[in-house]
Design a protein around this ligand. Sequence first.
Ligand SMILES: NC(=O)c1ccc[n+]([C@@H]2O[C@H](COP(=O)([O-])OP(=O)(O)OC[C@H]3O[C@@H](n4cnc5c(N)ncnc54)[C@H](O)[C@@H]3O)[C@@H](O)[C@H]2O)c1
Length: 342
Amino acid sequence: MKVLVTGGCGFLGSHACEYFINEGWQVVSYDNMTKHELDRTGFAVEDARDHNWDYLKSIGVQMVKADIRNKQELMDYTSGCDYIIHTAAQPAMTISWEDPELDITTNVLGTFNVLECARLLKIPVVSCATIHVYGNRINETLTEGPTRYQREPAGIDEGHQTLEGILTPLHASKFAGDVYVRTYINTYNLEAASFRLTGIYGTRQFGGEDHGWVANFAIRAITKRPITIFGTGKQVRDIVYATDVCRAFDAFYRTRKGGVYNIGGGIDTSLSLLECIDMLTDILGQRPEVRFAPDRHGDLRYFVCDIKKAKDSLGWSPQVMPKEGIKRLTDWIRDNIGIFKG
Ligand SMILES: NC(=O)c1ccc[n+]([C@@H]2O[C@H](COP(=O)([O-])OP(=O)(O)OC[C@H]3O[C@@H](n4cnc5c(N)ncnc54)[C@H](O)[C@@H]3O)[C@@H](O)[C@H]2O)c1
């Protein structure tokens, strides 16, 4: 069995590569090694993608440096594969408004190319969307508790209205990718799923301020840099550990029940930024320095997935709880502290 992972040297992609190698598959990582969203983290991440590249190479992954916007090259490498996991993306909201062309070409054209390869070569595909497809009008439905925003009902399912509220190019591009997956299912009977992912975290994540906040907080806490919280810090996500998402990729391959899925931890893994700081303080035995800055344009203050559909259709549910997952992340940062020295 052979799987091609687009964005294989990114955070989630590297976990997908590792997971499927461990399952005995042949794995191809297809990544253009961009460092756009890594550039502004404030810690040394020039080596970040290379770190993942070197690690994946050492465990037997076939490494390809190439771009999903190059359809012919993508076609050449997907040919002969049994599954495509599409994680390559421009994933950051800030970069989407600074460079909307990078955003649309990567997220829309790139996803279209992946779907075309899947259609022409008849390969099942799972594509990564985001809970930002729902927009941020959810902000207007919240109450404010002492450490977190709250909502009734807590969980939001796939039937929720999409693209409500203030939009950024990222909303448009990631939503377009999600719509294209549904379109290819309806029009071409493609075996495909779009995973609307909530906040993911785990090892090999080089969190910037605009993407990967759990890792950003953990790296800053360990390297004794101040953490910036934009807004009140009561923003909530049902964070999900990377290997749990990989189990969901696997579950879709086995069940082939296509469609859109909210993939998150559900209420049990929900955590606010302030609560995450408390958890890090517990794990590290020291409270990190925190600074507050104004809310960011387009920010979504709350998202907790209702994961009933993924449970019922894919037989999937998350296993790693935040305390355990954040401990694994902090251990990994300490073991690889050289990457973050800056
Ligand atoms: N990390 C999260 O919390 C989160 C939350 C919701 C959704 N997602 C989605 O999950 C997916 C993976 O996210 P991630 O956190 O692993 O991101 P990441 O930035 O760590 O990884 C993305 C990878 O894609 C590669 N890439 C970018 N443009 C490319 C191109 N044109 N051709 C080939 N490769 C390219 C990058 O080099 C990088 O290695 C994305 O689709 C993202 O939108 C992530």
